[in-house]
Design a protein around this ligand. Structure first.
Ligand SMILES: [Zn+2]
Length: 80
């Protein structure tokens, strides 16, 4: 018998708008050059949108995880 359970995690997201002005492509290249992980920053934490080369994400603090990026669309929804 296989029992499958899905747990739901709740995260508190605190936005830091206007503190970040680095294009995603530049940021990814810098991290890669330094041998740092890029995976946690490739997509919007909320909706999974993959950031484009010239997009500038919004920095957010996510409870239990740390800093993550959020797309401008989700950032707008969080602020409202
Ligand atoms: Zn999003």
């Amino acid at each position: 018998m296989i029992v499958e359970k899905t747990t739901t995690e709740h995260y508190e997201v605190t936005l830091f708008p206007d503190v970040w002005n680095i294009e995603q492509g530049d940021f990814m290249r810098t991290r890669k050059k330094r041998g740092l992980k890029t995976k946690p920053f490739e997509k919007c934490f909320c909706c999974g949108h993959k950031f484009l080369e010239h997009e500038i994400p919004v920095v957010a603090k996510v409870s239990k995880i740390g800093n993550r990026f959020i797309c401008s669309k989700c950032a707008k929804e969080v602020q409202e």
